[in-house]
Write a new protein. Structure first.
Length: 168
């Protein structure tokens, strides 16, 4: 487990990350969690007194990692960019994201889409799955599954799909 006090940061103009609130995990602490690792991985722990799990630490170059703080988390901890945050983290090996049955069923009709989906790194597949799982209505969920399958057929990653959807 690592512990640190850090400041919540926010990306200015940074492509798809523009506006994200996040914390930075210095390289030496990230290496204590997962020695030799340079890829995204999941962590669990505490942000102040708020428990989190399945949070992604993403590499940012130079060995440092970041953890994005979604609106729900910032509301729960009642803090925004510029605030100090007490962080305690450890690797989360239990957090597994599985392909939902309804998405898997669609992939059975589109084996090419499934092939591309399976070629993506696990962390990238998880973006699609979590996006589908966060749908609040069945109609939204169905649309997200269709968009995911179509993105796989076009060999698009998650960010490319989201950019193309905004254009439509």
């Amino acid at each position: 487990m690592i512990e640190l006090n850090t400041i919540i940061l926010q990306f200015a103009e940074q492509g798809e990350k523009t506006g994200w609130s996040y914390i930075e995990i210095p390289a030496d602490l990230a290496q204590q969690l997962k020695p030799g690792n340079k890829k995204s991985f999941r962590v669990k722990g505490m942000l102040d007194d708020f428990a989190v799990s399945g949070m992604a630490l993403m590499p940012m170059g130079g060995g440092n990692f970041i953890m994005a703080l979604k609106t729900e988390i910032r509301k729960a901890i009642r803090k925004n960019a510029g605030a100090t945050l007490q962080v305690r983290l450890e690797v989360d090996n239990e957090h597994k994201v599985e392909v939902p049955d309804d998405l898997q069923e669609c992939f059975e009709f589109e084996p090419e889409a499934l092939g591309f989906f399976n070629s993506l790194p696990k962390s990238h597949r998880d973006y699609f799955i979590k996006w589908i799982e966060q749908a609040k209505t069945n109609e939204t969920r169905a649309k997200r599954i269709i968009n995911t399958v179509n993105a796989m057929l076009r060999k698009w990653g998650y960010s490319k799909m989201m950019r193309e959807m905004k254009r439509d």
